[in-house]
Design a protein around this ligand. Structure first.
Ligand SMILES: Cc1ncc(COP(=O)(O)O)c(C=O)c1O
Length: 401
């Protein structure tokens, strides 16, 4: 009924590509099959005990059950700013330059809603974490894609990035107002250096666009790689905001805590729109998040080491299975080029076959954009034994043809 009443935003949102693989996965599980699931960036570990204890302590207090503060309680915003000071020697004002969000995904969507006028263009690299694109579509904007180039070690090729950015800026009508960057990158795991942000901030000032940086995987950096923040660059606050999340660093994905910091104008816009949408996270969650950021950080090493060990096991075991992959320098993923004998399948069909023939679930690269179609993303969320089992299953599947 009422077909003439159109839901334009819903029609512009693509169908979720991962849904197809998910449906096969769920059906297999219902049929009693054991599926080794590498498909989602959803940490399997438990939140560190001192954070859980703080949540319980706060929940047991009087006056913590009511509506909270939409932008985040002051102490949490202060902890966010202290995190930046400790980690990056960056000064931020908790009143005007920081806002807590219900996970960084919520922050993205509401930021886009706050700052996008109908038809505004944002440049987003391809492939991308889907919400980096769809936040602008939800907000009534348009997205211009640009490719990402990198070397064998998954390091960003800066020169090619800036050449592609220049083309995207030239070709974008109307002129692009926003650019999303995300390093370490989901899904490709590409990393960037401070020199990249120095060039980027200069280009943004010259070409007059805002930068939205996402450093969700900042703490999951391996070896001697250290994730830079855009705010290590002098004057970056004039043109940038940066988002971070507690989901990955502290195994807190279900808690929904993230934040956005930086440019006062963009932060004020995000705060204002959020004040119409929500009353803030449950106060005990905010108190516990404060402790996560301010408290003992030894838990991060443990969580990171789990991923590093899994990464080593996976690369070795899959190599032995006939699927040779390159090691990531950061994040919780492996960006896996399809085995040579399967490249013709492309990522969605290969993912389905892997699920049906090896009982292994991965994310097809096409779900992150056309540039991802020769790859699948493997999240390191299964333990080492399960990774070895997956490799054995994959070996049989790859040998079977
Ligand atoms: C790059 C990136 N940013 C943001 C998020 C969202 O994190 P959350 O909403 O849990 O804070 C994710 C989740 O996978 C991500 O990969």
């Amino acid at each position: 009924m009422f077909e003439e009443i159109r839901f334009n935003t819903i029609e512009r949102l693509p169908n979720y590509v991962f849904a197809e693989v998910n449906a096969i996965k769920m059906a297999a599980r219902r049929a009693g099959e054991d599926i080794i699931d590498f498909s989602m960036g959803n940490p399997d570990g438990k939140t560190p005990q001192h954070i859980i204890d703080k949540l319980c302590e706060s929940a047991n207090k009087d006056k913590t059950s009511g509506y909270s503060v939409s932008a985040g309680i002051y102490k949490l915003r202060l902890a966010i700013c202290n995190w930046y000071k400790r980690k990056y020697s960056v000064e931020l004002d908790p009143e005007t330059e920081a806002v807590a969000t219900m996970g960084s995904k919520e922050g993205f969507v509401n930021l886009a809603r706050a700052i996008i006028n109908p038809g505004d263009v944002a440049i987003v690299p391809d492939p991308a974490y889907p919400i980096h694109t769809q936040a602008f579509i939800i907000a009534g904007g348009n997205v211009a894609k640009m490719p990402l180039h990198y070397n064998e070690q998954f390091e960003l090729d800066e020169n090619k990035f800036f050449a592609s950015l220049e083309t995207a800026l030239k070709e974008s009508i109307p002129r692009a107002k926003y650019l999303v960057v995300n390093f370490p990158h989901n899904p490709t795991t590409i990393t960037a250096e401070k020199s990249f942000y120095e060039r980027l901030v200069a280009v943004a000032k010259k070409e007059r666009f805002y930068i939205i940086s996402d450093i969700a995987y900042a703490e999951l950096a391996f070896g001697d790689y250290k994730t830079p923040s855009i705010f290590e660059v002098e004057g970056a606050k004039d043109v940038a905001v940066e988002a971070y999340t507690l989901s990955k660093t502290y195994n807190m994905a279900g808690w929904r805590v993230g934040f956005v910091v930086g440019n006062k104008r963009l932060i004020a816009a995000l705060k204002k729109i959020k004040s119409w949408f929500d009353y803030g996270m449950y106060t005990p969650i905010q108190v516990a998040a404060t402790i996560a950021l301010d408290g003992d950080q030894a838990c991060i090493e443990e969580i990171k080491n789990t991923y590093i060990k899994r990464l080593d096991v996976l690369i070795d075991a899959f190599e032995n299975a006939g699927w040779s992959l390159k090691k990531s320098r950061a994040s919780m993923f492996v960006w896996a080029k399809l085995p040579q004998s399967k490249t013709h399948l492309k990522s969605l069909e290969f993912s389905k076959q892997l699920l049906q023939n090896a009982g292994v679930a991965v994310s097809p690269g096409i779900g992150f954009g056309e540039a991802g179609d020769e790859y699948v993303r493997i999240a390191l969320i299964e333990n080492e034994n399960r990774i070895r089992q997956a490799a054995r299953n994959i070996k049989k599947y790859l040998k079977s043809e």
